[in-house]
Design a protein around this ligand. Structure first.
Ligand code: PEP
Length: 244
């Protein structure tokens, strides 16, 4: 049985005052689903101290363990600050920082070396979907950005269609199900049935309280990676509850 996961990606949002949202989120995390919050790096240590019952994660890490990389953060630093997870390969990183699958793979190895669990994001653009290339794109991203050595413990995959992130547009449940079933099959083929079946698959892109229930009912959807609706407990708690 895969433990359901409600993951919040705060992106570049949140000053210290935002930590006050974590109390209610932590209270909602007493159910069977795991709850993860990935605040900006400035808040990781404080969030880890403040929020018993919530898992805390970073939003990116460098592929190297240390060195002359001004402004970057290593996986070991995130772990040292209390993070348990790190998001890698988010489409905003791929676009804003020109990250490619090879970079994501190297970062994933670094994260695993530091003992972090990885939420690895894949997703197609609108053009790619309209050209009926979605499954090819997702298959390529899975093959190239996940290193050997994945397990149900160290890897979570998030399917985030780029055109659905922050736009209010959501794929149909059939479209989500098609991609999630495909990802499950690809993971089983590459890593074996045991591992392939144990990796959790999240959907991400404009998830909100009003659509969470129907998305969570789709086959092979084990939870959600949530951006905007994870910033406030009033929005995120009902999403956690829809998963429980
Ligand atoms: C995200 O960026 O991971 C995301 C899913 O954002 P939103 O929920 O705001 O669409």
């Amino acid at each position: 049985m895969r433990t359901k996961l409600a993951a919040g990606n705060w992106k570049m949002n949140g000053l210290k005052a935002a930590l006050s949202e974590l109390g209610e989120m932590a209270a909602a995390a007493s159910g069977p689903a795991e709850v993860l919050i990935c605040p900006p790096v400035t808040l990781v240590a404080a969030a880890a101290d403040a929020a018993e019952g919530l898992a805390i994660g970073g939003q990116d890490c460098h592929a190297k363990a240390s060195g002359a990389h001004t402004g970057d953060v290593s996986a070991a630093m995130l772990a040292d600050a209390g993070a348990e997870y790190v998001i890698l390969g988010h489409s905003e990183r791929r676009t804003d920082h020109d990250e490619h699958d090879e970079d994501v793979r190297a970062k994933c190895e670094a994260a695993w070396d530091a003992g972090l669990k990885v939420v690895l994001c894949v997703g197609e653009s609108l053009e790619e979907r309209e050209a009926s290339n979605t499954l090819d794109i997702i298959g390529g991203q899975l093959a190239k950005s996940i290193p050997d050595g994945a397990t149900g413990h160290n890897l979570v995959v998030a399917y985030e269609p780029i055109w659905a992130i922050g736009t209010g547009k959501v794929p149909t449940t059939d479209q989500i199900g098609e991609v999630h079933d495909f990802m499950r099959a690809r993971l089983e083929k590459r890593f074996g049935e045991g591992v392939g079946r144990s990796v959790r698959l999240l959907y991400g892109g404009s998830v909100k309280p009003s659509n969470a229930g129907e998305i969570f009912a789709v086959s092979n959807v084990d939870g959600a990676l949530v951006g905007g609706a994870s910033l406030k407990a009033a929005d995120f708690v009902p999403i956690i509850e829809a998963l429980n």
